[in-house]
Design a protein around this ligand. Sequence first.
Ligand code: GLN
Length: 568
Amino acid sequence: MPTKKTVRTLSKKTTEHEFYTSIPKGYRVGRTKYIIIMGSVMSGVGKGTFSASLGNLLTTLHGFKVSPIKFDGYLNYDAGTLNPYRHGEVFVLDDGTECDLDLGSYERMIKKGLTKSSYLTGGKIFKDLIDKERAGKFLGRDVQFIPHVTGEIKGFLRKLAVESDADIVMVEVGGTIGDIENAYFIEAMRELAYEEGKENVCFVNVTYIIEPKSLGEQKSKAAQLGIRNLMSLGIQPNLIVCRSHNPIREKIKEKISIYSNVPVERVIGLSNMESIYHIPLNLMQKGVDKSIMEILNLKSRKNGSKEFDSWVKLTKMIESAKKTVEVGITGKYTEVHDSYISILKALEHSAPYEDAKVNVRWVETSKITVKNVSEKLKGLDGIIVPGGFGSRGAEGKIECIRYAREHDIPYFGLCLGFQMAVIEYARHICGMKKANSTEIDSNCKQDVICILPEQEEIEELGGTMRLGGHDVVVKKGTQAYKLYGKGLVRERFRHRFNVNTTCIETLEKHGMVFSGMAPKKRIMQILELPKNRFHIGVQFHPEFTSRPLEPNPLYLGFIRAMLDKKRR
Ligand code: GLN
């Protein structure tokens, strides 16, 4: 077993032997434990949800400081240039990192305030490594997958451990075992366990038990082969989580156990549940926390926890919610619902506080016109126009917003939805018939929405938008102020366009109130129409800061307004 001293020595002579491994200053082996979560059989089985729930349990019930990190195998530097309709939503952290939607689950379930240190892509590893090579950091040496790429990865995890002073670094490896994309990452995890010692690293494999309709019974072979694949890479899983549609039968667990050398008590069944908030309690009932603490030789830091009780209370509120509201979301390629996951989560966790459940209806706007809008929006208690890019369906969205405004149906515009509400108002109330955004029509003369001045010179498209957390000054006496209950809030942004400052006066003169602004720049950040019960647009994404135990006040206000509309 390598001791603290061994690992330190290894880091010194990086160019002369095969033990290149970077150890950040202040790192102590054994101070931080690692939980490595990998998937087999197929992707999309809920590794992220499991990781977030496990992190929640270890934090809220046991008092550990858990720092989650996601590894994504693709060669993009970050998620900012990925298409959300292919890959799912791009989540934005306060520091402006554009990342995988799993970080949204971590922030909602484990802790706020994650940073770029919690997200690593293949692209970032290689870029950083090649930058170092160009700087001459490896002079005389052939730079190799092993030890340099794997060393870079271990270094990144250890840096996170030191920076966040974590008791546990929880690593979710994106993709599936057997993918070329994550093979070097998995190798790095094997090395990490070798260097840190067995009692400091716990491997969890999340697998899937298939149940073909034609057979009507559960089959474990695919899972067995997946786990065997992992073992052939030199990794012995400590715990296996079997995801499935129906509860796992005992016989299946036994088969998996004998095949994988994992005791049957550590083969856990996790079938579909009512909500993600039910999973931490379920994991506790199945003893997952105890097993992990045993494997890592950790003792709980708490004896009962109010915070954990609040999570359990939330599940009860979800189960007992009596009212329902139906919200229409105008989404592009609406069949990929993960593209809007934070919005769905914000609605889902806000509604129970008002004793309600939210049903979502997707509204395809590319065919919406003045003539059919009332029919298309029939029965809806509220409308959301979410964030987006480009012109597709824009006119239909504007019709929806107009309909909502004229019929006092609660409207919530998020980023692009804020900009569309400005265009709608300019066209139909301020008499600017040709009003538009230069994103949609670059030659537009009445450009009420235009590019941010700070964005004009930018040419590269990756990571260059106005990103991350910014302060919003909320005007006293407005609906927004009433909802937030304070005059200064911090919200997260991801945009290039904004309200044209030359149009603000006209819009205001005609009754639009800009109730939230940037503190030092003339960037409008919240709009509202005081005569409507809820016609609010925000240039930011309140869904990125909404948390199950602390829903974003604007989401709560929107739910209340929908209930109010339904009552009358
Ligand atoms: N496309 C708009 C902009 O860049 C809105 C962005 C968004 O909705 N996130 O400003």
